[in-house]
Ligand binder design. Sequence first.
Ligand code: ZN
Length: 104
Amino acid sequence: MANALNAVLTDKTVLVKADSMAEEYRTIECRLFRVVGGFGAQPFTSSRTVFGAFVFDGSEDRLDGYDVEAIVEPHEDGVHPGEPDEQCPACALARLTSTPEASS
Ligand SMILES: [Zn+2]
């Protein structure tokens, strides 16, 4: 498997494992990564490199496919079900992509 999920990651937003991040970048926002491609974004390849960019600052980077913890899917209708959760990846993604000042 080229990534930990054995899934197609291209054009998905993924959550990077906290252990794979520098200590100061372990917040839920900093762990969101937009995948654009790479062999690691495909199952059943031997390379594990995943290309993309961190959502919070737009910096291009590469990951090891085994640094990926989960695919982040937006909530249906953009609404978090149940109690508010500061650590919810889908809500963190919504916060980052809906506030214009977050990217400047
Ligand atoms: Zn949520």
